[in-house]
Design a protein around this ligand. Structure first.
Ligand code: SF4
Ligand code: SF4
Length: 430
């Protein structure tokens, strides 16, 4: 049960960074000799996989694990698979990784080319998942989803992050093509561009539906945009097919434009790197490049117990290894020195109330966290509004006792969604 069905969100004030006025071209990271590809499907020792160690793959070839698999990862280079192993991500999420030794001669898989002349969402979903920006093609192609509006987001969703703003500024002349292509692909005509208010007078956006957001932190999060700009109050627990708005990053939209222009998928991801001194650099790196390659090329040193954050300081996740690959949605990498990492503790809540005061969703965080710490996730959802949380991370940021509240919240939601999905799978199997 959700206690409050519709809520109006409040807006705490922390400022996000704005992109530099005249950003430099990103530095290109060369394709490394070994790539890591992550597939969102676990290995099953009881089944025989159709991809094996020693198999050759072409650039643009889709890799499926089993004959019946629906999930795939596309190889961004041609090469030889030298290892296939389980990968455990955050919250125990299990996937599969492939190590790919790259060939000097690049063979290209051309299957997509014949569909490029007639853009359609089914074929886009069939060939283009995982291009830079990670367009939500699976969701858009799902007939159960009833989207009637698309928001192309050119604003970043955490402090210090500027990649989307960079892409929006640098490629703004192509935005009208992205809008036209998305209309053609999806049949959805209501498409808006979410831009920083400071860019609203750029001529490239003349005549477009614009949503102008301020640089106040959380203004750019989808629930806030829906609440403040679309007049759609946030409904706890509503997501995916329950919503009529689909959010797509500006890099994802522009990657689609490039793919249909070039008639082949693209794999070079723009990433903003922030080193231990706070210095910001920007690179393009092929999806699958281990992140140590980027740091080495930029001369960013790392030491034992430093922390690498994928994403921003409030909503990002830690990378456990320098071999973590560049992913389609990896916009920012932050390196924090060991001594600068914000402390977390296992001290109990002292009921100072700061988390409750700052929470834009008015969640009773001080009570919620007690249930989450005890692993009582269903009670946390039923009685303390776990699903009203819009995942801004501010409660952890202000917590006096340094409790990792946000991590508990994500874990609690993950566990409950896993239970729900297991129940659905069991019901389908009966
Ligand atoms: S992360 Fe914390 S502060 Fe933000 S919405 Fe969720 S409970 Fe509230
Ligand atoms: S901010 Fe931390 S210590 Fe203060 S009430 Fe919230 S959970 Fe408790």
């Amino acid at each position: 049960m959700i206690k409050r069905s519709f809520i109006r969100l409040t807006e705490p004030k922390l400022k996000c960074d704005l992109v530099e006025p005249d950003p430099k071209e990103p530095e290109a990271i060369p394709i490394p000799p070994r790539m890591i590809l992550l597939l969102n499907e676990p290995l099953d020792s009881q089944r025989e996989s159709i991809i094996k160690k020693g198999d050759m793959v072409k650039r643009g070839e889709r890799i499926f694990l089993y004959k019946e698999s629906q999930e795939y990862v596309t190889s961004p280079v041609s090469g030889t698979i030298t290892a296939i192993a389980p990968f455990t991500g955050n919250f125990g999420k299990v996937a599969t990784y492939f190590v790919l030794e790259t060939n000097t001669k690049q063979d290209i898989e051309h299957s997509f080319a014949e569909f490029a002349a007639n853009p359609g969402i089914e074929n886009a979903d069939r060939y283009l998942r995982g291009i830079p920006g990670d367009p939500p093609l699976k969701q858009l192609a799902d007939p159960e989803n009833r989207y009637n509006r698309i928001m192309i987001t050119g604003v970043d969703d955490d402090l210090m992050c500027t990649t989307r703003q960079y892409v929006l500024t640098r490629f703004r002349e192509k935005i009208s093509k992205a809008v036209a292509l998305l209309k053609q692909l999806t049949g959805i005509n209501d498409i808006s561009i979410v831009i920083p208010a400071t860019m609203a007078n750029l001529s490239a956006f003349n005549g477009m539906n614009l949503v102008r957001v301020t640089s106040d932190y959380i203004s750019s999060l989808p629930p806030m945009i829906m609440d403040k700009h679309l007049g759609t109050p946030f409904v706890p627990g509503k997501a995916g097919k329950d919503l009529d708005v689909c959010f797509i990053s500006v890099e994802a939209a522009l990657s689609l434009v490039r793919v249909y222009e070039d008639k082949q998928p693209v794999y070079d991801k723009v990433i903003t790197i922030i080193d231990k001194t706070g210095k910001r650099s920007r690179v393009t790196a092929t999806i699958g490049t281990p992140i140590h390659r980027i740091l080495t090329q930029l001369g960013v040193e790392t030491a034992e117990q430093d922390r690498i954050i994928i994403g921003g300081p409030l909503r990002g996740i830690a990378a456990y290894t320098l071999y973590h690959p560049v992913m389609p949605d990896m916009d920012t990498l932050i390196v924090q020195a060991r001594g600068e990492i914000p402390r977390v503790s296992d001290y109990p809540c002292i009921n100072c109330g700061k988390c409750v005061k700052i929470c834009p969703s008015k969640v009773p965080v001080n009570l919620l966290v007690r249930y989450l710490e005890a692993g009582l996730y269903q009670e946390a959802a039923d009685s303390f509004d776990l699903f009203s949380c819009i995942e801004c991370g501010l409660c952890s940021y202000v917590c006096t006792a340094k409790i990792p509240i946000f991590q508990y919240i994500r874990l609690g939601k993950h566990e409950l969604m896993k239970i729900e999905s297991d129940i659905k799978t069991e019901a389908q199997d009966v």
